[in-house]
Design a protein around this ligand. Sequence first.
Ligand code: MSP
Length: 502
Amino acid sequence: MSKKFYITTPLYYLSGTAHIGHAYTTLAADVIARYQKGKGRQVHFLTGSDEHGANIEKVSAQVGKTPAQWTDELADSWQKLWASLEVQHSDFIRTTEPRHEKPVQRVFEILLEKGDIYKGSYEGWYCTPCENYLDPAELVNGKCPLHDCKAEQAREETYFFRLSKYQQALLDHYEKNPEFLSPKSRSREIINFVKSGLQDTSISRSKVSWGIPIPGDPKKTIYVWFDALLNYATAVGLAEKLGLPEGGALSRGRKFDEFWPADIHLVGKEIYRFHAVLWPAMLMALGLPLPKKVFAHGWWTVNGEKMSKTRGNVVNPEDYAREYGVDALRYFVFREVPFGNDGDFSDAAFAQRYNSELANSLGNLLSRTLNMVDKYIGGKLPGDDYKGGELYAALAAHGPAIDAHMEALELDKALDRIWCAVAEMNQAIDRNKPWVMAKENPAGLEPFLLELSAGLRLVSGWLEPFMPETAGKMRAQLTAPRKTGEKMAPLFPRKEAAKPAK
Ligand code: MSP
């Protein structure tokens, strides 16, 4: 296995603030990145912002700002949010940075020279929030099905990317690399789409001025998707790889071949096609290797409804982090829904899992174990050379399954498994009744309590990628010499089920 591990999130549009859907993808990437770091790999975790296009231009104009002012402010607030959710990304790329814009222009020139980009004219139905022409068959009563807004008839002289040329090469790649389209359940749709015939795609806009100018035709700008997808490469040294004069500085010293290909592009299902069809075709045109995996997860609804500003049901991750703690949020979203599927967010489900799984099952297990350790064995904890007995061996046996789930991106299954271990420890306490052992079998008590402490230490290690702060607290309490009688704060104070205050 290569030591390097490169994972990305989509670059989010800065048309507003982040909601739970955006946080979900970024947190998932963070969980996976932390896991791989823990396994000793050199992780590069990229996220960032997609800042060009008509939509950003429109939104900033509405609040009387230039797109540049607006995106500066928002890029800042998004980065603060990621920091507050304990996201440890290695880099945050903005598509308005020269390190991105310059190599994107160079890519355009290279593909134009090669004939993979050519000039023509295009007529069709345009959806501004999608920043895309829609197939007439996709429209519902003349509206974009995703954004529920009227698509407009548009015609323009445009540059095309010769996507059709890569149809067979894409199909061959999917077949030879069954891991590329992930999860498996989403591969069929992409394969059928490509098999049904790929059209060349328009990659320039004459009506959008807030974008990267086309070299030699500066009244036109590059289509936002063609621009934004390239971030995954520009952020890790594409400028230098393409031999740009200032390539070294633009690449921030990163050597493209040390990072590329990416190991995982993590995206939501609605932008899977761009990542599974257009992007690999662009890479093929450039003669660059393809990412190893493009993984699309599902969408969150809220109380069964689509999240939208007009419905007023947009979930702000900060509200939940404030009310329940960052780790509880990081736990809930991955425990509640099989990773890859759609899911529903509700206050009731959040409070229920928080109280029963975090406060009760895990939090109580830790506090009652440490209380008994203090009370019965004078605060003794297992040493580094601890070998354990039957219970400890049974708990440790979950490790390989947890690893396998994490490698397969089955984040929910990994958590299920960790909670099996937690349940087994709780059951062992109920069965063995240490308070009875203290009277009837005092010799058995110390080994039993040491097994529980050591088992909890395993759990803290498994939890680190999901709940870094909790894992740290657990480890500290289970390692430091104990001062008996010291009261400790509960890991997860119980909460009444209530909507978090805004
Ligand atoms: N800018 C493009 C991506 C370009 S990538 C080169 C874009 N941005 S976005 O701001 O709309 O973010 C979309 C992503 O946010 C989704 O793909 C998904 O990762 C996440 N989500 C947005 N809403 C979501 C839900 N309701 N549920 C789960 N994730 C969602 O598309």
